[in-house]
Write a protein that binds this ligand. Structure first.
Ligand SMILES: O=C(O)CCC(=O)C(=O)O
Length: 330
């Protein structure tokens, strides 16, 4: 009845299941008169309308060009009005090519200049480790960490990975922030400390499909990385998500079995070369694989309000309710 199925059809079904016509009629009348039903009807109507909006967004993505747009020399004004405001991912080929980071975030330069600095590295992000939990960390000199990254054979990554949560750009390596010089208008330099993160690891590091709660411009400096992206309107990924992580991997979408969380999902793939960047709009699912030993940075200190902490579709019903109440819809 909540789904809008006709009363008579429900009555007929109850009779088919063994109730007398009289019992069935009384039962349906009782449900329709119940205040709980009246309250639930409002909630269902609301969530049906929201599901329709998601279906519409998903249909648009599905009927789109199927590949990520690539923009050379996009202005900050165009970037914010076209891509950030509408949540559209875009590849910025060679965006970082002229920046000092193109010299300073290379293996030899890093090792030579900062090799003695102690850095934090996350251990163990593999299957069986809760990806939403901060893993154990170890301390390395940057020189030892770089040697480790460069010595691991492709396909033999051991899950050690210097990730954003290790905060090395906020502390021991914060001088490297000066090497990040996007064109004017993209980044608020006053917020760069805390709004830029370093990812450094061997070939084969793998970040499972997840979403973030801010817009990110992800820039590649050394080695190549492959990313798979999917829209937040892909509700198949949201159902079964745990925290920020989706139930399925986008890179496996092509092989997804019927009923898998990735079945039917429109997946965008991009391979970043050194100097390339990609804009990851808030909420977009992404999975990342380092094809080679890799150095990248993610920038969140964009010249726009960039915290969407309430966007947690994979959280518990209680946490979602608290977020809805904060938004004034509880
Ligand atoms: O490079 C990676 O392994 C993951 C990057 C990422 O997911 C992010 O910046 O949000």
């Amino acid at each position: 009845l909540l789904r809008g199925i006709d009363d008579a059809a429900v009555r007929d079904r109850l009779v088919a299941e063994g109730l007398s016509p009289d019992q069935a009629a009384r039962c349906v009348r009782g449900v329709l008169a119940s205040p709980v039903f009246a309250g639930a009807r409002g909630a269902v109507a609301w969530s049906t309308a929201e599901a329709m909006a998601m279906d519409l967004a998903r249909a648009r993505v599905e009927r789109g060009p199927g590949v990520l747009e690539r923009r050379q020399d996009v202005s900050a004004a165009d970037f914010f009005a076209t891509y950030v405001a509408h949540g559209v991912p875009v590849v910025l080929p060679g965006w970082g090519l002229g920046w000092p980071a193109m010299r300073e975030l290379q293996w030899d330069a890093l090792r030579e200049r900062w090799g003695a600095v102690e850095v934090e590295v996350t251990e163990g992000r593999g299957p069986g480790v809760d990806p939403n939990r901060r893993g154990p960390r170890s301390t390395w000199t940057l020189a030892a960490w770089i040697d480790h990254c460069r010595s691991v054979e492709p396909g033999r990554a051991d899950e050690r990975y210097m990730v954003a949560g290790d905060h090395n750009l906020d502390g021991p390596l914060s001088a490297l922030l000066d090497a990040l010089t996007p064109p004017p208008g993209f980044v608020d330099r006053a917020r760069l400390r805390g709004g830029a993160s370093l990812w450094m690891g061997p070939a084969g590091t793998h970040t499972r499909t997840h979403h973030d709660t801010s817009n990110i411009v992800f820039v590649q400096w050394a080695g190549r990385k492959r990313l798979w992206l999917a829209s937040p309107s892909e509700t198949g990924l949201t159902q079964g998500a745990r925290g920020f992580f989706a139930a399925g991997q986008l890179s496996e979408a092509a092989r997804a079995a019927p009923g898998a969380p990735t079945e039917g999902v429109t997946v965008f793939e991009v391979t970043l070369e050194p100097g390339d960047a990609v804009f990851l709009p808030v909420g977009w699912w992404h999975e990342v694989l380092a094809l080679e030993a890799s150095v990248s940075t993610s920038l969140t200190a964009l010249c726009v309000r960039n915290r969407y902490d309430d966007y947690t579709p994979g959280s518990s019903p209680e946490a979602r309710r608290a977020a809805a109440q904060r938004r004034g819809r509880g």
